[in-house]
Design a binder for this molecule. Structure first.
Ligand code: DAT
Ligand code: MG
Length: 138
């Protein structure tokens, strides 16, 4: 069993796609073990995207992710990291396959609706960044 950090970004909430996104993970067979809604602080957003610190789009990315509420979640299941990345689709929505979340609902690179951890190791780091152990209910 793996755990992964999934976050519906501000555009996902603005577009009223939170239920649709959660439904996809639920019906695929993953277990939701933590969920909360919050407006991320700059500090948390910068830590979350630290790997992109030196990229030209970093400041815009942090502005975007702190621009409104997000839904922070932990999902659990067999190969949950890989499975959710597959279901989310490619980073560039133009390349995201139909049937994926990005491939079905967006064409925009920044406003690409949802984040999913890209490795088991990063998932553990991200879960610890966004949640306290008591908030994980399984
Ligand atoms: P992912 O969200 O698929 O893990 P990533 O970690 O490479 O993608 O990048 C994080 C986010 O940053 C991504 O969801 C959208 C934004 N982003 C990535 N590449 C970008 C670029 N070249 N220009 C602008 N924003 C970009
Ligand atoms: Mg990433």
């Amino acid at each position: 069993m793996e755990r992964t950090y999934i976050m519906i970004k501000p555009d996902g909430l603005e577009r009223r796609l939170a239920g649709e996104i959660i439904r996809r993970f639920e019906t695929r067979g993953l277990n939701l073990v933590a969920l909360k809604m919050l407006v991320p602080s700059r500090q948390t957003a910068e830590a979350h995207y630290a790997v992109h610190r030196d990229k030209p789009f970093f400041a815009d990315l942090v502005d975007f992710i702190t621009s409104g509420p997000v839904v922070a979640m932990v999902w659990e299941g067999e190969e949950a990291v890989k499975l959710t990345r597959t279901m989310i689709g490619a980073t560039r929505p133009i390349e995201a396959a139909p049937g994926t979340i990005r491939g079905d609902f967006t064409t925009l690179l920044q406003a690409n609706l949802v984040h999913g951890s890209d490795s088991v190791e990063n998932a553990a780091t991200e879960i610890a960044l966004w949640f306290s152990p008591q908030e994980i209910l399984a």
